[in-house]
Design a protein around this ligand. Sequence first.
Ligand code: ZN
Length: 74
Amino acid sequence: MKKIKSVRKLCFLCMEEHDVDIVEIMDNEIYKNKEVTFPAIYEYCFNTNEFLENEEMIKNNSMSMKDAYLKSIK
Ligand SMILES: [Zn+2]
């Protein structure tokens, strides 16, 4: 898990205001019957030890996944 930055904001996981880490982790998903590994960006809450994707991250992570898929079938 690589920390990119941290932002003080209302965290939607624990519903408290605190420094939320923006992190990059290697994610694994099955896409079109193929297992792909790709870097994904998440918000990390240390109170709940859970990850959260906002709308922009969902979009970027899905692009990153398709990118990894396309590279893997070449
Ligand atoms: Zn939190």
